[in-house]
Design a protein. Structure first.
Ligand code: HEC
Length: 174
């Protein structure tokens, strides 16, 4: 049994002990709690990528997501995920949207035609500058949605893990 599975099992086993008050507070921030780490990448109890922010220092992926967001999404979704008249505030969307849904919308795009207005979310499935950094974008927006990351450039960040360098080289190069 891997460490990740053991920790996930433990987290599930402990949940009922905490009683209803914690169950009520099990909002998005609770779900996003980092329980395992692999080479600087944090995972929640369900094994989905998440952020880790301690004393104002963000993990590398959250920082990277901040940068990628502001190069490829900000023009429509507004600074720091706060939304615009054209596209929704992702700080709200990510409060409830799960990882798989996020991935598929960003990869495939979406079109909303109504009220004489056509708003288009482009498909980024063939854009390496986006799809090589999907998890980074997801964890950054998740941190914003939970109120864990403040607006603006995170002032302190962890070093870039070797795993991130390797994944980037193979994704961008391949
Ligand atoms: C050209 C403008 C544009 C860009 C650039 C853009 N989006 Fe969007 N996005 C939209 C619009 C418009 C919608 C709403 C579409 C709809 O209503 O179906 C949307 C919807 C979404 C949604 C679904 C939100 C919800 O609440 O349902 C996600 C997630 C999303 N975008 C993520 C991203 C990410 C991540 C990036 C950057 C990689 C990005 N978008 C870049 C225009 C854009």
């Amino acid at each position: 049994m891997s460490v990740r599975v053991v920790i996930a099992a433990l987290a599930l086993a402990l949940l009922p002990l905490a009683g209803p008050s914690l169950a009520q507070a099990s909002d998005s921030a609770e779900k996003a709690k980092a329980v395992t780490e692999e080479d600087g990448k944090h995972l929640d109890a369900e094994g989905n990528p998440t952020y880790k922010i301690e004393n104002g220092t963000v993990d590398w992926y959250t920082f990277s997501g901040y940068r990628r967001y502001h190069s490829d999404c900000h023009v429509c979704h507004g600074p720091d995920g706060t939304g615009s008249s054209y596209a929704p505030a992702l700080v709200n969307s990510l409060k409830t949207m799960d990882y798989a849904t996020f991935l598929s919308i960003v990869a495939e795009g979406r079109k909303n035609v109504g009220g004489g207005k056509e708003n288009v979310m482009p498909a980024f499935g063939d854009n390496k500058n986006v799809y090589c950094y999907m998890d980074d974008l997801y964890v950054y927006l998740r941190a914003r949605a939970d109120g864990a990351a403040p607006r603006g450039r995170p002032p302190k960040k962890s070093d870039k893990p070797q795993a991130a360098k390797d994944a980037e080289a193979s994704c961008m190069g391949g």
